[in-house]
Design a protein around this ligand. Structure first.
Ligand SMILES: [Mn+2]
Length: 425
């Protein structure tokens, strides 16, 4: 089956997809407020969507806030200046409370691939293949499917979707793996972009966490946009690059993405040559590479916390360690299997404690530890929403942010939870 047929088949199976397409068919002349996530998938999704809406004759106001969930105050602010007709929430989670936004505009469209949190927001149009069952894909891919259904998909949409899929780990060209939902598209792209998706021997990128021998030019480009955008983690280098002191790195990343030249790049250098504002972009990328090597060295101090027999649990602790979860994922590969790596990062009084969990086994459920830690600390210190954490069996995050909870308190609660989990094993 070709991609075009596949998209039509998916459309026939999904009410949310159909409804989103019908909104787009009637969008001419309407004022649209478009929010998207500030990571590479969110930015590529936003780039495809903004272009698509404009092609459809809509008026678009785009916003890229630095929080994952879309807070109501942001919409209220916008509506003070302009009455928007349609609100698009792209790659910013599917939250039950988004249902309340339905009264603010004529239509709310959620385009997302994260699992539903809370009750289904029935007053919104929800195009999300992960509701009800988790489906690995990416928001940029969903926007590409919309462009295809509208008959407006172009080569740039394909390139952007590839970068988004890579950014969210839904395709792994270095090992030839693609998530089932995106496989038809990916297979077609291996013919359209054979050089970009070909295995090459070069410095392993942040995406090489299952092997370190080969990479692809797409992985290199994906890592480049991760660096430029701050990866959704706000890793910004404004203080190190004078030209960036008054600029938003996310806005800059978005601009270079929208201006990307469509080609089947056979080398990363070839790609860099054609990037808009190349010199500035390279400076940001170099800062990222420096941070990466600095963190890699710090990770040499990883220690064995406990050997549980069926899995080894490792501990890393540092202060303001840049790129921690990403470098940790690579470290986990080095540590072998089955392993769990727990990383503590002290981010200063203002930002508190950040704990990342990565595992290559399901033996300890990282997401459960992170949510239990959240529950216990919220019960003790309040600050619900500020202290937050959770995730998947093999990857989870936890943060105390501005709650004022001390490193000791976070560490103590973690140890109590770990003692129960490890003791029972
Ligand atoms: Mn995403």
């Amino acid at each position: 089956m070709n991609y075009s047929d596949y998209v039509r088949e998916q459309d026939s199976k999904s009410e949310g997809f159909q409804k989103t397409v019908s909104v787009l068919k009637n969008i001419k002349g309407k004022k649209c407020l478009l929010y998207f996530h500030d990571d590479p998938d969110g930015l590529t999704a936003g780039a495809i969507m903004e272009k698509l809406l404009e092609k459809c004759g809509a008026f678009v106001t785009k916003r890229i806030p630095d929080t994952m969930e879309l807070e109501k105050f942001r919409i209220d602010e916008e509506m003070k200046y302009k009455k928007h007709d349609v609100l698009f929430i792209v790659d910013k989670a599917t939250m039950g409370y988004y249902n309340n936004y339905a009264s603010l505009v004529r239509e709310v469209v959620i385009i997302d691939h994260h699992p539903l949190i809370g009750d289904f927001p029935g007053k919104c149009i929800v195009f999300n293949p992960s509701v009800p069952n988790y489906t690995m894909c990416s928001a940029a891919f969903l926007c590409n499917m919309l462009a295809e259904m509208m008959g407006l998909r172009d080569d740039k949409d394909d390139l952007l979707a590839l970068i988004g899929l890579k950014g969210d780990w839904a395709i792994e060209p270095a090992t030839g793996i693609a998530a089932p939902y995106v496989k038809v598209f990916y297979d077609e792209m291996t013919h359209k972009y054979p050089y970009m998706l070909k295995k090459i021997k070069s410095r392993p990128t942040m995406f090489e966490v299952n092997q370190r021998a080969v990479t692809t030019v797409l992985n290199q480009i994906g890592e480049f946009y991760f660096a430029l955008s701050g990866g959704g983690f706000q890793y910004f280098y404004n203080d190190r690059i004078p030209e960036m002191s008054d600029k938003s790195q996310v806005a800059f990343a978005y601009l270079t993405l929208t201006e990307i030249k469509v080609e089947d790049y056979d080398t990363f250098d070839g790609f860099l040559k054609l990037v808009s504002f190349r010199d500035l972009a390279k400076k940001i990328y170099d800062c990222f590479l420096n941070d990466w090597s600095r963190s890699e060295k710090l990770f040499e101090n990883t220690i064995l916390l406990k050997d549980l027999g069926a899995a080894k649990v490792f501990l890393f602790a540092g202060s303001s360690v840049p790129l921690m979860p990403m470098v940790g994922s690579v470290k986990l590969y080095e540590l072998g299997s089955p392993c769990v790596l727990i990383m503590f990062n002290w981010l200063g009084e203002k930002n508190g404690v950040h704990i990342s969990f990565r595992a290559n086994t399901d033996y300890l459920h990282c997401g459960e530890i992170a949510s239990q830690l959240t529950e216990k600390l919220v019960a003790k210190f309040d600050n619900k929403g500020i202290i937050s954490g959770g995730g998947h069996p093999r990857a989870a995050e936890f943060r105390t942010r501005t709650s004022g909870v001390s490193y000791f308190d976070a560490l103590k609660e973690f140890c109590d939870i770990f003692a129960v989990k490890a003791g029972g094993k």
